[in-house]
Design a binder for this molecule. Structure first.
Ligand code: FHN
Length: 456
């Protein structure tokens, strides 16, 4: 437990320790995820998501996703370019040249921290079957490369040292492994070699390594969509992993539910929903995380178009405002460095979070329903209005019912004048706002606001 709270102190820096316990207990009690996404799915009705682990993860709000493996030698898309733009024989030989001598796990963690990211999810095995650690169950792994060292182990250790929550992505489907029946691109696999039962045993051994050797805190599954993996397989794997590590968080792609928008989330296994390349839907009940690329491709592509800092900040504000997390993907180069263009964006995002992170970390989405100009978050007795576009000389929005406004200020700036007009709140804004991208207005309320109903 001591480690846990030491970690929390580092990861949620900026929130005094004495408030941290209250925050985590409140998040656990009011955790939007409680009672909906059940964790184990309909086959394991008593196996609920670990609410303390969930509250800790939700409070972090912003993480780094990393798609990287020998395919970075070609600059084509990881997994998908195998047997399409890159012939299978070429793709499957890239590991023989993979020698990222400039990989520096501590530098990556430093870049993530400077970006204000509080957790990391590393692709450990994508659809192309290559393992980014020296696995005891395959020869198609880092031990077989000229570099020879353990990428997963180095990053896990660097995260542990720096109080960054370490997570791992693992693809259920495997277009390289002959035991897995599915394939992609040309030539197709020899179906005579397929054996899904043996492949599932291999998968269990590998994910057990990620939990037992690297102590991953998040198992981010993907590649669940093909017919060879069933709803029952997903619920069984979820229960197995929680038996190994009770405070493990497992995403909903372990099972067959939709990434978001299931009629009844409790049917499927998983602790959080995973909308991709889009802002998730406002949802105070089911925890969710949007995974979005900083560029256009998941894996590195030379001269890829990198999103602007403003677009990234508005995306972060809108995910937090929707009560979700943002997992922003970076794509390291073949030598192990994260390219300077991506680093520059991340640093600018981190500079914004140094000034306004209080409106993101440890917050709950709402109470105002997000729209294209404004989103909102809340914590304790504060409501944060995140202005996505300059709203002009005044801001008009519904006055919070039954909770009095005490004070309204421009974050990091002056008090703002405001008045109630009927059931509306009219806030006067200065002619120029301090931030070129996203500005924050802070509403100090007379009482706690976590339970407030959503306002349109
Ligand atoms: O096919 C993968 C894709 O390469 C990438 O890993 C994303 C990120 O989660 N998931 C799948 C597409 O949904």
């Amino acid at each position: 437990m001591k480690t846990f709270f030491r970690y929390e102190q580092q990861a949620l820096s900026g929130i005094p320790g004495r408030h941290l316990l209250t925050l985590l207990l409140l998040l656990t009690m009011f955790s939007p995820g409680y009672g909906q996404l059940s964790g184990g799915g309909e086959a394991n009705p008593a196996l609920h998501t670990n609410q303390v682990a969930l509250a800790r993860w939700q409070a972090l709000r912003f993480g780094m996703f990393i798609h990287w493996d020998p395919v970075s030698l070609r600059g084509t898309e990881i997994g998908w370019s195998r047997g399409t733009s890159v012939p299978v024989t070429d793709y499957d030989s890239l590991y023989k040249e993979f020698n990222p001598v400039l990989f520096d796990a501590e530098e990556w963690v430093h870049i993530a921290k400077e970006a204000g990211m509080k957790y990391m999810v590393l692709v450990t095995k994508h659809h192309d079957g290559f393992s980014m650690w020296p696995s005891d169950y395959t020869g198609y792994d880092m031990a077989a490369t000229p570099y020879g060292r353990d990428i997963v182990g180095q990053l896990a250790e660097a995260c542990r040292k720096e109080g960054i929550l370490f997570g791992t992505y693992y693809s259920i489907l495997d277009w390289w492994n002959p035991l897995y029946p599915g394939s992609h691109g040309k030539p197709p696999k020899d179906p005579a070699k397929a054996d899904m039962q043996k492949y599932t045993e291999y998968l269990y051994h590998q994910v057990d390594e990620l939990v037992e050797k690297y102590h991953t805190n998040i198992l981010w599954f993907d590649g669940q969509w093909e017919k060879y993996w069933t709803h029952e397989d997903g619920m069984k794997l979820y229960a197995h992993l929680r038996g190994l590590k009770d405070d493990l968080l497992i995403n909903n792609r372990v099972d067959k539910g939709k990434v978001q928008g299931n009629k009844d989330s409790r049917k499927y296994a998983g602790d959080f929903l995973t909308p991709e390349q889009r802002i998730g839907t406002y949802d105070l009940e089911n925890p969710w995380e949007s995974c979005i690329t900083i560029a256009t491709q998941w894996a590195w592509k030379p001269n890829d178009k990198v999103k602007s800092t403003g677009e990234i900040l508005r995306t972060l504000a809108r995910t937090a405002g929707g009560n979700g997390n943002l997992l922003l993907n970076v794509s390291p180069m073949l030598d192990g460095r994260i390219e300077m263009r991506q680093q520059k964006r991340l640093k600018e995002v981190g500079d914004w979070l140094k000034r306004y992170g209080e409106a993101i970390y440890g917050t709950q989405g709402g109470p105002y329903l997000p729209d294209s100009t404004l989103t909102s978050t809340r914590k304790g007795d504060r409501i944060y209005l995140l202005l996505l576009t300059p709203p002009g000389p005044r801001l008009t929005l519904p006055a919070p019912p039954r909770v009095k406004v005490e004070k309204i200020t421009l974050a990091g700036g002056s008090a703002l004048s405001w008045k109630k007009r009927g059931d509306q709140l009219v806030i006067d804004l200065p002619p120029s706002l301090p931030d070129p991208n996203v500005n924050v207005v802070v509403m100090d309320m007379k009482k706690k606001v976590e339970g407030m109903e959503t306002m349109k």
